[in-house]
Design a protein around this ligand. Sequence first.
Ligand SMILES: [Ca+2]
Ligand SMILES: [Ca+2]
Length: 121
Amino acid sequence: MESTSNSYTLHLSRLHCYFIEENEYDDVYLIHDGEKIWPKNRKQQPIMMDTTTELDVDVKNISKNQEVVIELWDWDFLSPNDKLGTFTMIVEGEPGPFSTDMVQNPRETTKAKYTLDWEVI
Ligand SMILES: [Ca+2]
Ligand SMILES: [Ca+2]
């Protein structure tokens, strides 16, 4: 039998929004490895400033010291969607919880400020 002891699950628990790119809210979705991982049952989730959103997303089969990059995108109706930034996390084996700030994509935003809460399970 194959051992799974070297495989971790990265659990995304919460997304804090401190500042948005758009006027009233950003239409947020999260991408990992080219696939949308949140929200699960719709295209995007409107997020307003100074809010915390529960995520409850698992990113499975992560190995130790692997870099996990989550992209935060803003959906747009009339223009192409904008990648506002990335969260980069490394699973070192500690359970956490941890908080990681979004690094802005300077081509799309100088305003958006988000932080991701996560843990290793
Ligand atoms: Ca938008
Ligand atoms: Ca756009």
